[in-house]
Design a binder for this molecule. Sequence first.
Ligand SMILES: Cc1cc2nc3c(=O)[nH]c(=O)nc-3n(C[C@H](O)[C@H](O)[C@H](O)COP(=O)(O)OP(=O)(O)OC[C@H]3O[C@@H](n4cnc5c(N)ncnc54)[C@H](O)[C@@H]3O)c2cc1C
Length: 352
Amino acid sequence: MAIVGGGVTGCACALKLAQAGKRVRLFEAREIAGGASGRNGGFALRGGAPAYDVARQELGAERARGLWLLTERYLDRLEQLAGDAFRRTGSLRLAVDSAEAAELEAEYEALREDGFAVEWRHDLPDPLAGRFDGAILHPPDGSLQPARWVRRLAARAAEAGAELCEHDRVESLDGLEADKVVIATDGYTHGLVGELDAAVQPTRGQVIATEPLEREIFPCPHYARHGYDYWQQTPEGRLVAGGFRDKALDHEHTAEEATTPLIQGYLEEFVSEMLGKRPEIEHRWAGIFGSTADRLPLVGRLPGHDRVWVSVGYSGHGNVMGLACGELVANAILGAPAAELELFDPARLLGA
Ligand SMILES: Cc1cc2nc3c(=O)[nH]c(=O)nc-3n(C[C@H](O)[C@H](O)[C@H](O)COP(=O)(O)OP(=O)(O)OC[C@H]3O[C@@H](n4cnc5c(N)ncnc54)[C@H](O)[C@@H]3O)c2cc1C
């Protein structure tokens, strides 16, 4: 069996298949975690791209609940596998104004109604106080050191017998000698299957990391403005901030993995304003994730392509979903498809 892509999805899939005794070869054009899995903000969140109340409207109550339960199970699995690359901190969703505060309230109520843990935070500490109109804490969420986590997952897959071929780009599926092929390339999906290229929009995310700050100010991942602004502090004290994609949406719908002065400027302003001083920016980077029209991934057998399976398009929420879907697609290949896969059926967006 062959897997294309050495991020969280490909490595999770490789581990499952190898543990089941299959001969697995994973191809990665760069190195393990060279794509979004090693470049992301490190938020390990339950759920999908929309807030829970919105997901209930879009998917129906039962399917939304099923999706949230699936990701909570996979947060536990992540904790088991990731060791010190994962910290169970919870995450804080903040409201920048009263309209967003009303949206938080709707999510809070919906989560509580369906029995999920969630806490309302009225009194916000400095420097959040006065800047935000309220917050909710999602207790099951956590913080990842993403590259370390995915390298660790890859090492487990290798120990289980998977062959990891780095710096080995697959130019065409035709050349792959394998009875099954899994495409796990998320935002880097390009040039292998035309229908997939059309269904998965490459989307750029930009990030900065400051020098280590003197004290811990943000003990967990924070996000606001519908996730367009997000930040957290690493265990070494660096503030890692990303987002502001909405300031140039047309430009950020791109596969070009480069930072831009415009978005970097917004990020620098944001952290400076929050910290009350301009910190040294020690790292800057960009990464690409794959978005789909309904913000759900495409996971399963690719219609019209006999031996090809796929798991891509997490729409910016692939840390937990990538682990889940990498394992779900492996289980389906092994003959045990989970009920949740129905939600992600690629046929819904590929017109087959
Ligand atoms: C800046 C940024 C911030 C983000 N923040 C978060 C976050 O905080 N929380 C969250 O849940 N999600 C976040 N995401 C999304 C998340 O990172 C991704 O959805 C997830 O990492 C996808 O993992 P993957 O393994 O499917 O794909 P990737 O990690 O992107 O791996 C795909 C790999 O495929 C390889 N590849 C592509 N084509 C070929 C080929 N032909 N042959 C061989 N190899 C190939 C690429 O080199 C790449 O390494 C963020 C993404 C970005 C870019």
